[in-house]
Structures are given as structure tokens and as C-alpha cells.
Design a protein around this ligand. Structure first.
Ligand SMILES: O=C(NCCCOc1c(-c2ccc(O)c(O)c2)oc2cc(O)cc(O)c2c1=O)[C@@H]1CCCN1C(=O)/C=C/c1ccc(O)c(O)c1
Ligand SMILES: [Ca+2]
Length: 494
């Protein structure tokens, strides 16, 4: 369950946060397959509350308050979900769906609308759309005064009490396990390759193990018989919290939040880039074959936007992404966001709830595409930035090699090879990088895939690097340049 089941030459996934299923299907065919992306994480497919609370109209986090396991959300219904999975699989792009298993909704007034018109009564913990009743929740197992989590250092209450007031399911109960497995097996029957399990920290590893080990094998329409679902457990590790990501690594991959946080820390200048040489297990992170890494995610790009890097600091963001996609640690996930206006009050962005671009009837607006391939209509589409998709191709080309020939200037200029197949240099010095370095590549002329691309006609739209017979090349990244990285590889050779 650690294997993402991507095709051999596709080594990165993209989180198309809040995209509609028909748009995902089209993106698989038009862009993701041609550019070598291996899979897509889609937002929770299950029916959820439709939140209208004063200023807060249809916040992104409503999709993390399920009311049933019907596939009925603003991204689309069951039919469009199945069509998306088929079309993406047909072009070799896997679908991993986000699933919310820890809880149902928070407290909402009777009659609160839902995305599939199912009725629910949060006060009575009644969700007839599943059905779940009060017996299926953890109230008896939670011993805090409020019934919600109050102390995150207490592993017991982090699992058994309500997260932010949301009704906490008891995954230790057979009936609850049956309902969850029915939902996940239904998704498997449609051809998904696996799941991103939301709020895993709030569920017992033993319960998750019981559920995920009993799921069906993946559909033989797209996978060999006996293929186990890929699973990523979201575990947000806190400094002072007792629950650790490693607690879940024996069941599947786990999100390694330290990675993106450390890269943000380094590229913002609080730690010299030279130390990144051994980032990963040596820094106390998960074993590389059990970890999922990313620069930012849908939550921390809002709540930690002064720590992790986001699309708002695009030069650093692209440099850090080039590092992540070039460096041999973890399975890599590229975030693809939409824009929202931040408005800070008391050190907090009070607009951090803002949902996806929507029309006057609260339907999600599809992304539109500019002639240069970038997105419009309020979508950022980091996955369509040349520096990022070209590094996805880089990761595919160097797959199977390790890190070698690390160089640094003792500070914030670094470079490294991947076997004899790829070379990356990054300059975060605040001064020019002008060095003749070992690129580990065969003699020849290579297109830099950061400042440009290699054209079909066999020319470089950006910089090119001349590699001599001993593998050395003159590497230049001026401080004033638009991009702070340079990368060449076997497939960018003229
Ligand atoms: O202030 C908030 N929440 C209180 C702070 C607790 O944050 C939440 C965490 C959370 C945060 C930090 C932790 O260390 C942790 O163990 C859990 O996980 C969630 C997971 C969900 O499926 C749904 C949620 O509403 C939450 C949530 O509220 C705002 C308003 C409601 C949603 N929300 C949010 O901030 C929503 C956050 C959210 C939603 C979905 C996610 O997948 C996620 O990672 C975070
Ligand atoms: Ca729980």
C-alpha cells in the first residue's frame, strides 16, 4: 500500500484541489499525461454540508464535513467521477481520492442544505444518508468536558474526541467499518488507484489497519490482479504532540510535513541550503519509501503561509519545487491551487476559508487556459508552470538513480547529480553563481529546463549548457535572473 501504482516513467502526482471531475478528465488527456504526471489527488467526493454562515459562503472546508458516502459534491456526481477515472486511467494517469473517514459534520441547524440533498441532524448525530446513528460515534469514549479535543498531547482524546466540534465516528465498531469499506470498495470498483486519508492522526492506527487491509484489490480493468490500494495517511505532526507520523507508516505512506516546512525555512534564508545535502531520514523524517512529500498543501498554504512556501512567493516556490523534484526523497506531490485575496487581521488571514472560484449560483467555475498554457479564471495551476512540469519530467528521467557529486559554496549555492542522468543547480545566495561544475552527463549541449525547454525542432528556448568530455559544464545563475535554478538531463540533450 506504499506503491502509488504509477506507470514506470511517471514519478509525481498533482493535487488538483477543488477541481471538477470533467475538468480533471480533460486535464489528464490534454496536459498531465503528455507532461508525465503520474496521478491526481482529487478533493473529497462524498456528499457534504453546504455552508452559508454570514460572510462565509461555501468555504473550502465544507467538503471535510461529510453527510453521507454518496458521490455528490460540487466537483460532480457518481457518473462524472467514474468517467474521470476511466479517462485518466486510459492515458496512464492514476486517480487518488481524498476521503474523510474520521468524522461527519460539525453542529449545524436543522435543515442545513447539503450537496446531495440528504437530510441530517447533527444534534442527534443522525446521518440517514449512510445511515449512521448516535451509536456509531465516539461520545462514550471521549472524556473531555467539551466532548471535543482539548489537549493535543493526549493521544487518547486526539482519537476519541471531536475535532473542531465534528461528530467523531467510532472506527472500532464493525458497523462503522462496514460502511466505510463499502464506500472505499465502491471507489475501488470505479478504478481509483488509492486514497488520501484525511485527519488520520485522529483515528487509531489499529482501526485503519483493519479497514485498509480488508479492502478489495484494485480493479483488474486497470491493474494486475492482487494489486493493493495505495494509501496516504495525512498526519499533521505537532511539536508538542505525542502522535507521530511513524505510527502510521506500517500501514501505508504518510505525509511528511517536516519536509515542506524545512524547505520553507531554508529558502526563506533561516538555514543555509548547503545543509539540504542529507535532508530526509538523517533529519528525523520518515523512510523515503514510506513518505509523501510536498512544498505546501491545501491547509498549510492558508494557515502557515509565513512558514511554508506558496505560489505567492513564486521564485522561491519554483526553486524549492525544483529541489524537491530533483532530490531522491519521498513520493512527490505538486500542489495546484486557486487564488484568493488574503486579508490579515490580528496576524491571521480572515479570508482563509475562501472556497474555489464560483459563480452566482455557487457552482465551481472551470479553469480557462491562456495561450501560454497558464490558467485563468482564478486558478493558479502551479502544475502548469514550465519550471515545475519540466522538473516532473526530470524526476521521471532520473528515476532509479541516487544522489551523487553534491557541490555547494559553503552557503546558499548548491548543485548535485542524479547518477549520470541529471544535474540540478540552485542559487539562493543573493549573488551570482558562476562555476564550472561536474554535471555527470555525457559530452554535449543540453537545454536548461528551468529557464526554457527543448523544442521539438531541437533547440533551447532558454539557456543551454555545454558539457565537456569529462562531464564538466559552465553553470551560471545570475542573482538577477527570473529563475534561481538550472537543470539539465539526458532528455534535454541536443
Ligand atoms: O479554525 C478552523 N479549524 C480549527 C482548527 C482545527 O483544524 C482542523 C484540522 C486540524 C488542524 C491541525 C491539526 O494538527 C490537526 O490534527 C487537525 O483538521 C481538520 C480536518 C478536517 O477534515 C476538517 C476540519 O474542519 C479540520 C479542522 O478544522 C477552520 C474552520 C473550520 C475548518 N478549519 C480548518 O482549519 C480546517 C482545516 C483542515 C481541513 C481539512 C484538512 O485535511 C486539514 O488538514 C485541515
Ligand atoms: Ca476520531
Amino acid at each position: 500500500q506504499w506503491d502509488p501504482h504509477v506507470l514506470e516513467n511517471r514519478q509525481a502526482m498533482v493535487h488538483l484541489f477543488e477541481w471538477k471531475y470533467p475538468d480533471v478528465a480533460k486535464e489528464c488527456e490534454d496536459f498531465l499525461a503528455p507532461k508525465g504526471y503520474g496521478g491526481v489527488q482529487v478533493s473529497p467526493s462524498s456528499e457534504c454540508v453546504a455552508v452559508y454562515q454570514g460572510q462565509v459562503q461555501r468555504p473550502w472546508w465544507e467538503r471535510y464535513q461529510p453527510v453521507s458516502y454518496k458521490i455528490s459534491s460540487r466537483s460532480g456526481d457518481e457518473g462524472s467521477f467514474r468517467d474521470m477515472v476511466a479517462r485518466c486511467n486510459d492515458v496512464g494517469v492514476r486517480i487518488y481520492t481524498d476521503v474523510v473517514l474520521n468524522h461527519m459534520t460539525g453542529d449545524h441547524p436543522a435543515g442545513t442544505p447539503t450537496t446531495g440533498d440528504s437530510y441530517f441532524d447533527s444534534g442527534a448525530e443522525s446521518y440517514p444518508g449512510v445511515p449512521y446513528s448516535a451509536f456509531d460515534f465516539n461520545d462514550a469514549n471521549c472524556h473531555t468536558a467539551s466532548g471535543s479535543i482539548e489537549d493535543y498531547s493526549d493521544a487518547e482524546q486526539v482519537r476519541n474526541c471531536k475535532l473542531s466540534g465534528m461528530k467523531d465516528l467510532n472506527q472500532g465498531k464493525d458497523y462503522v467499518r462496514e460502511m466505510i469499506m463499502e464506500y472505499l470498495n465502491r471507489l475501488i470498483s470505479y478504478g481509483v488507484a488509492g486514497f488520501r486519508v484525511d485527519a488520520s492522526k485522529h483515528m487509531w492506527p489499529g482501526d485503519l489497519e483493519a479497514i485498509f487491509s480488508q479492502l478489495d484489490d484494485l480493479s483488474t480493468d486497470y491493474f494486475p490482479a492482487g494489486t493493493r490500494p495505495f494509501v496516504v495517511f495525512e498526519v499533521i505532526e505537532g511539536e508538542w504532540e505525542s502522535i507521530k507520523a511513524i505510527d502510521y507508516a506500517g500501514i501505508g505512506r504518510v505525509t511528511e510535513f517536516k519536509y515542506g516546512r524545512e524547505l520553507g525555512h531554508s529558502f526563506r534564508g533561516f538555514n543555509q541550503l548547503k545543509w539540504l545535502r542529507n535532508i530526509g531520514e538523517d533529519w528525523g523524517m520518515l523512510p523515503r519509501h514510506e513518505s509523501l512529500v510536498f512544498i505546501d498543501n491545501h491547509d498549510n498554504q492558508r494557515t502557515e503561509s509565513n512558514g511554508v512556501l506558496t505560489f505567492r512567493v513564486d521564485k522561491w516556490y519554483k526553486m524549492a519545487t525544483a529541489f524537491m523534484l530533483g532530490f531522491p526523497y519521498g513520493f512527490t506531490r505538486v500542489m495546484s491551487s486557486y487564488y484568493w485575496d488574503q486579508y490579515f487581521e490580528g496576524g491571521r488571514d480572515i479570508n482563509d476559508w475562501t472556497g474555489p472560484p464560483q459563480d452566482t449560483s455557487f457552482d465551481i467555475i472551470s479553469p480557462s487556459f491562456n495561450p501560454d498554457g497558464s490558467c485563468a479564471n482564478g486558478w493558479i495551476c502551479e502544475h502548469r508552470w514550465r519550471e515545475i512540469y519540466n522538473m516532473v519530467a526530470f524526476r521521471n528521467v532520473v528515476h532509479g538513480t541516487d544522489l551523487n557529486d553534491w557541490w555547494d559554496n559553503g552557503n546558499n549555492q548548491i548543485a548535485f547529480c542524479r547518477g549520470n542522468r541529471g544535474f540540478v543547480a540552485i542559487n539562493n545566495e543573493g549573488a551570482d553563481l558562476k562555476e564550472t561544475l561536474q554535471t555527470c552527463l555525457a559530452e554535449g549541449t543540453y537545454c536548461d529546463v528551468i529557464s526554457g525547454s527543448k523544442t521539438e525542432a531541437g533547440s533551447c528556448t532558454g539557456k543551454s549548457v555545454q558539457v565537456d568530455s569529462s562531464g564538466y559544464g559552465y553553470i551560471e545563475i545570475l542573482n538577477s535572473e527570473y529563475d534561481g535554478a538550472l537543470a539539465i538531463h539526458m532528455d534535454s540533450k541536443l
